[in-house]
Design a protein around this ligand. Sequence first.
Ligand code: 4NP
Length: 140
Amino acid sequence: MVCLGNICRSPLAEGIMQHLADKEGLNWQIDSAGTGDWHIGEGPDSRSVRTAREHGIDISQQVCRLFRESDFDTFDQILVMDKSNLSNILAMARNEGDRKKVSLLLIDQIVPDPYHDDRQFEPVFKLIEDGCKAFIQRYK
Ligand code: 4NP
């Protein structure tokens, strides 16, 4: 799960996808990372932590990190939140195999950045949850 800062959207996406996959009995390992380095080492944004907690998901122990080239080797799928994340990650791809792993979490829709608007965290949670549910139906 990849977004820009790795403090708002992708930590939610990691928590939600792991929660849903575990509930389905799927042995999936989910992680998240960002393309920007401002918040490395920090926990998720308190608004994401609170929103997740309101839905019974604890993301408070996650630690922000940068996306790295080896993530292309470690993970089968790299799901990004918006078009800018998509072009940043595709620019790091080494070959067609890497490129094939990368897609938007939502088909033909982006998950907007809620960083500057407190009211967007709940709708963003719902968007990500819908995307994760659809992904699980496709891939489980
Ligand atoms: P995110 O939101 O990409 O959903 O984690 C952002 C968080 C922080 C910043 C940008 C986006 N920032 O510029 O610090």
